[in-house]
Design a protein. Structure first.
Length: 668
């Protein structure tokens, strides 16, 4: 097909635009208030200069805004646009051959070579006069004056009144270039073939600290079923530790049929409370509250009271039912049946969950079921919830999540969805693309230096544009061997790693701060006496509690912007396989954090750490300071290679704030 005659004048090319998720099929993740950074290859044939800009707008806006791009070298251009608020955006890239920039570049070369530029000045006058017609007001007048000046100098090339050459003959033309850059000739511009989506979340989606507790275990005294009012009395404890999201496992009625007993035994005793994830009973299903926990009024009061402490309540979305859920009789077609007519309970061989019935997403009535599941989330949103932890999302269709999260965000763009999907990487990533705000990770099982390096430098770095990790050293389902055998140093190290490697992290407490470490059996990751199946009483005043340390770590996170992002993480070399190091910086470079952790919970380890001083803007011949924010110790270092020694029995990690000038005299 012969192109239109005007197509031949569109000579700029745009390629390799980033971020671009699956050719624009899915949105990249951003945060309201941030600059969304865009890259693209922009080039043209021959020796023509090009110009480029990012075109962006909020979704449903009619007009595009333009932000300039600059050449970062090798035809790679960079730019940014502001995500001014929570919600959906879209952007693309526009580029053009810049005739004036080409003229200006060549003019400066000729001036430097002492060549006659009179013909060039006349050519430039035409370009400037055309720009004057695109401009308005004083800028248009200034350009007309420049065009007239260039014509005059082109006819009478006399640089100065006395006939002598000016000290810098190129200087006036640089001033002109600055003015002309505001009025480029885009008549033959090309626009990238795709419009790319972005979703900007609120800040807590990027930076958050989660604390999980079972309300039924929140009573102050042993032997009593905890209530939502007990959780409310626990708020100062949670807030003092520095957590901003308090996540509650399911608080709904629990089924009686096939109820599990302690330690997941099949036969429950009369006083066994059952698993909160076996949702539904005579009192109702997912939109009701277990009567032993309190009332809806109690819940709404808890949500409001939490805000007074800077904490928000996160609910659990577990789309599954007990045998006693009302849906079993109201919508039997939503459940899968065996050949004998019985309903299929949940299994993950060899594990069996006889007390839980999964929903059948292959049901012919799937549209009504999808609507009912969305309505569950909407009910709790109407009661003040803006954060959900979603149980096992990988066992539901990707299309369902993309639809449901999209529907919720249309009216409530501030809602956070945390994906609890410990599954295959590509499945986890697809759920993030489908709209999940944050995602659980393999951090729980990454404990050696090699595992951590490979995971954070390669696996997570590759999906940073759409996958926000939330790091958990433990959950009610997972007690890793490291915590079973490593004692207090292992808990401290895993806390520091989770809280500083990730901008978002969480712990399951009080099991974590009280260092619960006994498994149900050797080689198993389940807790002995798991709260999933029984009510526990926790002594929060134990002198060995990690609560004070957790509070200090969370305070360090709040006070250091470098720890509030994932996109500046940089691993650093340490010449000891038991020492793991990394750095983070704030976007403006003013806040620098260097962490070195001893992964050996039993032995003192030492080594030389390679500090990326040049990335930090520190000269190799200058002394600089490092303050350990955990202990207060100060160090004066010089050069890129420095010595560290960490005793796990004291503090198994350094969290160092690096200063570009030497610290006051201190230890180290």
């Amino acid at each position: 097909m012969t192109p239109k005659s005007t197509d031949g004048q569109r000579r700029a090319l745009i390629d390799r635009v980033l971020p671009e998720i699956d050719c624009g099929r899915f949105a990249m993740k951003a945060t309201a208030g941030d600059q969304v950074r865009v890259q693209a290859d922009v080039l043209a044939d021959g020796h023509q200069e090009v110009g480029a800009e990012v075109l962006w707008r909020r979704r449903r806006e009619s007009d595009w805004h333009a932000s300039p791009m600059v050449d970062a070298g090798n035809d790679r251009w960079t730019g940014a646009f502001p995500a001014v608020g929570v919600g959906s955006y879209e952007y693309t890239v526009r580029a053009w051959v810049d005739r004036f920039a080409t003229w200006h570049r060549d003019l400066l070369k000729k001036l430097a070579a002492g060549q006659d530029v009179a013909p060039d000045l006349l050519a430039g006058a035409s370009l400037v006069a055309a720009a004057a017609r695109r401009a308005t007001g004083e800028e248009a007048a200034a350009l007309r004056r420049w065009a007239s000046r260039l014509r005059g100098e082109g006819r009478r090339p006399t640089p100065t009144a006395d006939g002598t050459a000016p000290e810098d003959p190129a200087a006036p033309y640089r001033e002109l270039a600055t003015l002309m850059a505001r009025f480029p000739d885009r008549r033959h511009a090309v626009t990238y073939e795709r419009t790319l989506p972005v979703f900007a979340d609120r800040e807590r989606a990027r930076f958050s600290a989660w604390y999980e507790l079972f309300p039924r275990s929140a009573a102050d005294e042993a032997g009593r079923h905890g209530t939502l009012k007990d959780v409310e009395r626990r708020l100062p404890y949670v807030a003092n530790m520095g957590f901003d999201i308090l996540y509650l496992p399911p608080i709904h009625p629990i089924g009686l049929s096939f109820r599990k007993g302690r330690n997941n035994t099949v036969a429950a005793q009369p006083d066994d409370p059952g698993s909160p994830w076996a949702i539904g009973g005579p009192e109702g299903g997912h939109t009701e509250i277990h009567p032993d926990l309190g009332t809806l009024t109690d819940f709404e009061h808890l949500v409001r009271r939490a805000k007074d402490f800077g904490v928000e309540i996160a609910m659990d979305l577990a789309y599954q039912c007990s045998a006693d859920h009302p849906w079993l009789t109201e919508h039997p077609e939503w459940f899968r049946r065996r050949p004998d007519g019985s309903i299929q309970y949940a299994e993950n061989p060899p594990k069996k969950y006889q007390d839980i019935y999964p929903l059948d997403f292959d049901t012919p009535d799937w549209k009504n079921m999808w609507d009912a599941l969305k309505e569950i989330a909407q009910v709790w949103i109407d009661r003040g919830i803006r954060a959900f932890r979603v149980d096992n999302p990988h066992t539901k269709p990707f299309a369902f999540w993309e639809w449901m999260i999209g529907e919720i965000r249309r009216d409530h763009p501030d809602v956070i969805f945390l994906s609890e999907a410990f599954t295959r990487p590509k499945v986890m990533h697809r759920l993030a693309k489908a709209g999940f705000t944050q995602s659980y990770t393999y951090f729980t099982w990454r404990n050696t230096k090699h595992e951590l390096t490979e995971y954070f430098a390669r696996d997570l770095a590759a999906v940073r544009d759409f996958f926000r990790p939330n790091l958990w050293p433990n959950t009610p389902d997972i007690l890793h061997e490291t915590l079973q055998t490593g004692g207090r140093p292992a808990f401290v190290t895993r806390l520091i790693l989770a809280a500083t490697l990730g901008a978002s992290y969480g712990i399951y407490g009080p099991a974590f701060e009280l260092m619960e470490h006994l498994p149900v059996a050797p080689g198993r990751e389940e807790y002995l006496g798991s709260e999933k199946y029984e009510i526990r009483h926790w002594d929060l005043d134990r002198p060995d509690s990690l609560a004070d340390l957790i509070a200090r770590v969370n305070r360090i996170r709040r006070e250091n912007p470098a720890l509030q992002r994932d996109d500046t993480l940089q691993l650093v070399d340490v010449d000891n396989d038991q020492l793991f190091g990394y750095a983070k910086t704030s976007l403006d470079g003013s806040n620098i954090i260097l962490v070195v952790a001893n992964l050996d919970p039993r032995n003192v380890q030492s080594g030389m750490v390679d500090v990326p001083i040049h990335d930090f803007g520190i000269a190799s011949d200058r002394a600089y300071g490092a303050t350990d924010l955990l202990t207060g110790a100060t160090y004066t270092w010089q050069g890129w290679r420095n010595f560290v020694m960490l005793d796990p029995g004291v503090v198994p990690a350094h969290v160092l704030r690096v200063e570009r000038t030497a610290a006051p005299a201190g230890r180290g």
